[in-house]
Design a protein around this ligand. Structure first.
Ligand SMILES: NC(=O)c1ccc[n+]([C@@H]2O[C@H](COP(=O)([O-])OP(=O)(O)OC[C@H]3O[C@@H](n4cnc5c(N)ncnc54)[C@H](OP(=O)(O)O)[C@@H]3O)[C@@H](O)[C@H]2O)c1
Length: 320
């Protein structure tokens, strides 16, 4: 596996997101044995970037990842996020310095943390205050690098002026191109890496989801605008276009979705999620797939997605 640098932090070219092992998606309640096997197989295959968050399962996902990397801690970069659980009694996002200091202790106890992200920008706390608290954690040796998630260009600049930001994690994939216009140029100017989350479109771009049938009653996708109100059916056209490129290049749609992201630049570090060893192996193999310029051109011009990428509350929480 090739590696890349996130603002000086060396990680494998593809990471692994472990959120779906404890929260949001169908299968989260299955035994953790399979999930732990998948994480360990990822490390065997050279994946060194493992991503979670405090809010996934209310600490359960961090704890699962902590158990999975036991004995192999030195081989991996652990990334987690704070700010969507308030330990100070606030409702909503809480990136106050006191909450940052409280949250990190829980994450360190469950897991250990190399890259510590603010999960969403907190409109009620100046980013300078939050990053000041994060800089103190770096000085104290509690975390090594800091990041932001779904932050807009102005926030990124203000944060980076206080302490170097290693990575910004935002949704970026064949059907979510939002970071390209305003965020990516700023990241490149400042030498910050982009970590695309949901690089497989929550599984949709793999072609494996052609209806809501089979998804758990509480699967997050059942209420996501891209999957509801007739949009799922409309969006199947995108999957069919991806599949056509996949067939032509002897790859799977998931591999094409990841190879397209990797082709966007060395500073792009996707973190696809899966609970299953065989899908992990399939996804990791995208590192070796080279799309032709013509194929990349076709993928750049896919039919635009129908539906917002988050529900109304989720869209409102995104900093622009
Ligand atoms: N910063 C943020 O706000 C934020 C938001 C969302 C996610 N994230 C991070 O990003 C990571 C990845 O995003 P994500 O999990 O939302 O979405 P994703 O990686 O786009 O897709 C994950 C889904 O795709 C399925 N899948 C994976 N590989 C597959 C394959 N080869 N063939 C068929 N299906 C496949 C998985 O099912 P199985 O597990 O059943 O294989 C799962 O349901 C998360 O784990 C989390 O760490 C961050």
């Amino acid at each position: 596996m090739q590696t890349t640098s996130l603002g000086g932090l060396e990680v494998s070219r593809l990471g692994l997101g472990v959120m779906g092992m404890s929260a949001f998606y169908t299968g989260k309640d299955e035994s953790e044995e399979g999930s732990i096997r998948t994480i360990r197989r990822a490390i065997d295959l050279g994946v060194t970037h493992l991503d979670t968050a405090e809010v996934y399962g209310g600490g359960a996902n961090e704890a699962l990842l902590g158990r999975a990397v036991k004995g192999r801690r030195d081989e991996v970069v652990l990334a987690t996020k704070f700010g969507l659980i308030s330990h100070t009694g606030r409702s909503g996002a809480d990136s106050t310095p006191v909450n940052v200091r409280l949250a990190v202790e829980g994450s360190l106890q469950r897991l250990g943390t190399d890259l510590y992200y603010q999960h969403r920008v907190d409109p009620n706390t100046p980013i300078e205050d939050t990053v000041g608290a994060l800089a103190d954690l770096v000085t104290q040796g509690k975390v090594r690098y800091i990041g932001l998630s779904e932050a807009g260009p102005a926030t990124i600049r203000r944060a980076h002026a206080v302490h170097p930001v290693a990575a910004v994690q935002s949704e970026y994939s064949l059907w979510t191109r939002d970071p390209e216009a305003d965020v990516l140029p700023v990241l490149r100017e400042l030498g910050i890496g982009l970590v695309p989350y949901s690089p497989l479109g929550h599984g949709f771009l793999t072609g494996n989801i052609r209806s809501l049938e089979g998804l758990d009653a509480d699967d997050w996708r059942r209420t996501n605008p891209r999957f509801t109100g007739g949009n799922l059916e409309r969006n199947l056209r995108i999957v069919d276009e991806v599949r056509a490129v996949a067939t032509e290049s002897g790859a799977t749609p998931a591999q094409v979705a990841l190879a397209w992201l990797l082709a966007q630049g060395e500073d792009i570090n996707p973190i696809p999620g899966t609970r299953r060893v065989e899908r992990l192996e399939e996804n990791i193999a995208a590192d070796g797939i080279r799309l032709t310029p013509a194929q990349i051109g076709r993928l750049n011009n896919l039919t635009p997605a129908s539906g917002d990428r988050h529900d109304r509350g989720g869209m409102a929480a995104i900093d622009r």
